[in-house]
Structure formats: structure tokens, C-alpha cells
Design a protein around this ligand. Structure first.
Ligand code: SF4
Length: 358
């Protein structure tokens, strides 16, 4: 029999599965605790389980859905983990330590089909969706490796892939991340970033309390169609309607990410368009001056242009924060990833004032 990826199971599924092995249902709670609270490396560590059950687990399950192949660390402490999957594919996660928090940026697909023009992952094309186990195991493995120095405080689904294009597995993984008997992250500390696949947005609002970030990057359809082909399927009017109708918890806001590309989307007129677009949405904006990477034609705008863009937003009473890039020299995924990942998540001491909480 083919071994099962045990971290694919939700708690009820785990309970049903242990019973097929002749074990009592409460064993599932023990296993769940070993997997996510104790973050075990081997079934031998589970001395509260009988030797015969441990043998069944040893031969009948895959405990680690991926393995660390390489770690690069940048001067600013950002760490990029390259993971090898069981089929030989590779994905990345990026750990971004800060003074007050430590954010892990998690991948949801191998490659990506959506082809955003400013993104290195998009240029790789799409290979496959990740399983639930492969998503949550990025967290388990990084926490284990970095555990001496860092404790992960926040998660962002912003690595390789579009999370809403792998909806079912991502929702299951979010369940494990936010389950108090699982990885036990507060919903205030978990963010899903999407380019705006509108049907998925409507489902997500019903299915998960996760924080929402939208990759916007343009204020009109003509430009957004060029930068982000997904806009041809879900144009701005539909996307913004979904944002307005998104069932935000009280005091939460949607984060809008806007990569500033010199001479493309960074004019004061486009800033005013952005103000108009966000009318009626509880929003905050992260402005990300483009971080050049090999093969990209875009340039970084001057500081004056970035500040002028921000000023228009602030004058309209919008929260707009300029985010510096992180981990440049280790090529943190699409080059913007670490900045975006660090930006969507407020430090813990800002929770009382920042509307990322409910
Ligand atoms: S930005 Fe996100 S959705 Fe767009 S190509 Fe890159 S990984 Fe895919």
C-alpha cells in the first residue's frame, strides 16, 4: 500500500484513518499534537504510542512531505529555503525576521500559470498544485530548522503560486495553520495574498477568517491586462465589487499591494485613480518600489516619485506605507516577495491600533 501524506489529513479525516488501522479515535488527537505542537522528526519520538502502532506509522505514512535542499541568508537576516518535493520538484519559502516579528512566506503551487509580467515565478510557468501536507510542512520544517534563533509569528501565503488557484488544498492548509490544536496561529497573523480570482474571493470570505491582501498594481484595465493577464478574466470592476462585498471582520482591512514601476503606474494621476478605485473599501496600501531582477524590463522609480504617489493617497486619508525590499542578494523569489511578505503583517505591538485584527 502506498504510504499516505499524513499532514494531508484534517482532524476528522485523521480520526477516521486511525480507526482503519484498528486504533481508537483519541489516537488521532495524539498524532495531531505530535505533528504540529511537538513538530516531531520521527515516529520514534512518540513514546506514548505502542511500538506496533509506531511501526504502522513508520511504514504507512510520509511524515515529511518535503526536505530542505538549500538555505540562503541575506545580510538583513532574510532566509530563503529551497525545498525538494517527493517528485523532484522544488519550491521556496522565505523567512523574514524583524525586530518585533518573524514572518514566513509560504508557497502554494510549483510555479504559477498566471504570468504576471513583473514576477520571476510567473516566468517559470506552472508545474502543479501543492498538497495540503506540502503547504503546512514548509512551516514545520522552517520552524524546526530556525527554532534556535527564531519563532515564526506570522504566515503569508505569498510565495510561489496563486493560492486561490489551488483553493481546496489551501483552505485545508489554512485550517491546520489556524487550528488551536494544530499550528495554532491566530487568524490575525495569517494572510492570503491573491491577484484577485473573483470566484475564489467570494468563497474565501465564507470559508476562512484569514487576512486578505490583493495584488493590484494598476488602476485601469488596459494597464492591468498588460501587467497581469488574469485581469482579462476578472477585470477591475468585478475585482473591486468582490472587495467591497468581502465579509471583513470589524476592524480588519484589506491590504492592497501596489508595486511602483517607473513610468508605468507611478504618476500622480494614477495615484488619484487609486483613491477613486478604493472608495468604499476598508483598505490599506503597501507601496513597493520595484525591485529589479534579471530578465525584467521594469525600473525602480525615484524616491521623489514614490513620495509624491504616497502623498496623494495620504491626502485622501488612506493609509499608504512605503515598504523597503528585503533579501535582495538572495533573490527572494519574485524579487518583491520578501518586501511584500513583511509588509502585509503588522508587528504585534501595533495590533491595538492597526485594523488587521477584529
Ligand atoms: S505574482 Fe503571483 S500570481 Fe502573478 S505570476 Fe507571480 S506567483 Fe503567479
Amino acid at each position: 500500500m502506498k504510504p499516505v501524506l499524513i499532514k494531508n489529513f484534517s482532524p476528522p479525516e485523521l480520526e477516521a484513518w486511525v480507526q482503519t488501522l484498528g486504533e481508537r479515535p483519541f489516537r488521532a488527537r495524539q498524532l495531531y499534537r505530535h505533528l504540529y505542537v511537538r513538530n516531531i522528526s520521527s515516529w520514534d519520538e512518540c513514546t506514548d504510542l505502542s511500538r506496533s502502532f509506531r511501526n504502522q506509522l513508520e511504514y504507512g505514512t510520509v511524515l515529511n512531505a518535503l526536505s530542505i535542499n538549500k538555505i540562503d541568508e541575506a545580510g538583513d537576516g532574510t532566509r530563503k529555503y529551497l525545498f525538494r518535493l517527493h517528485d523532484g520538484n522544488f519550491i521556496e519559502s522565505v523567512l523574514i525576521p524583524d525586530e518585533s516579528r518573524c514572518t514566513l512566506c509560504v508557497s502554494s503551487q510549483v510555479g504559477c500559470a498566471l504570468g504576471c509580467r513583473f514576477c520571476m515565478t510567473g516566468a517559470l510557468g506552472f508545474k502543479r498544485n501543492l498538497d495540503t501536507a506540502e503547504i503546512v510542512d514548509q512551516i514545520c520544517q522552517v520552524q524546526k530548522e530556525a527554532g534556535q534563533r527564531y519563532r515564526i509569528t506570522s504566515l503569508v501565503l505569498m510565495g510561489m503560486g496563486e493560492p486561490l488557484a489551488n483553493y481546496d488544498q489551501v483552505i485545508r492548509a489554512l485550517g491546520i495553520m489556524m487550528d488551536q490544536n494544530g499550528l495554532a496561529f491566530s487568524h490575525r497573523r495569517v494572510t492570503l495574498s491573491t491577484v484577485g480570482m473573483v470566484p475564489g474571493l467570494y468563497r474565501l470570505g465564507q470559508d476562512s477568517p484569514v487576512n486578505l491582501a490583493i495584488s493590484l498594481h494598476a488602476t485601469d484595465d488596459a494597464l492591468r491586462n498588460k501587467l497581469m493577464p488574469v485581469n482579462r478574466t476578472y477585470p477591475l470592476t468585478e475585482l473591486m465589487r468582490a472587495c467591497r462585498e468581502y465579509p471583513l471582520a470589524p476592524r480588519k482591512r484589506i491590504t492592497f499591494e501596489y508595486i511602483l514601476l517607473d513610468g508605468v503606474n507611478d504618476s500622480p494621476k494614477q495615484a488619484r485613480e487609486l483613491v477613486r478605485l478604493l472608495n468604499g473599501v476598508r483598505a490599506k496600501i503597501n507601496l513597493l518600489p520595484f525591485n529589479p531582477h534579471p530578465g525584467s524590463d521594469f525600473r525602480t522609480p525615484s524616491e521623489e516619485k514614490v513620495l509624491a504617489f504616497q502623498e496623494v493617497l495620504q491626502k485622501a486619508q488612506l493609509t499608504a506605507i512605503i515598504r523597503k525590499s528585503r533579501g535582495n542578494e538572495i533573490g527572494a523569489a519574485c524579487g518583491q516577495l520578501a518586501a511584500r511578505a513583511a509588509a502585509v503583517d503588522p508587528p504585534p505591538d501595533s495590533l491595538d491600533t492597526d485594523a488587521q485584527e477584529d
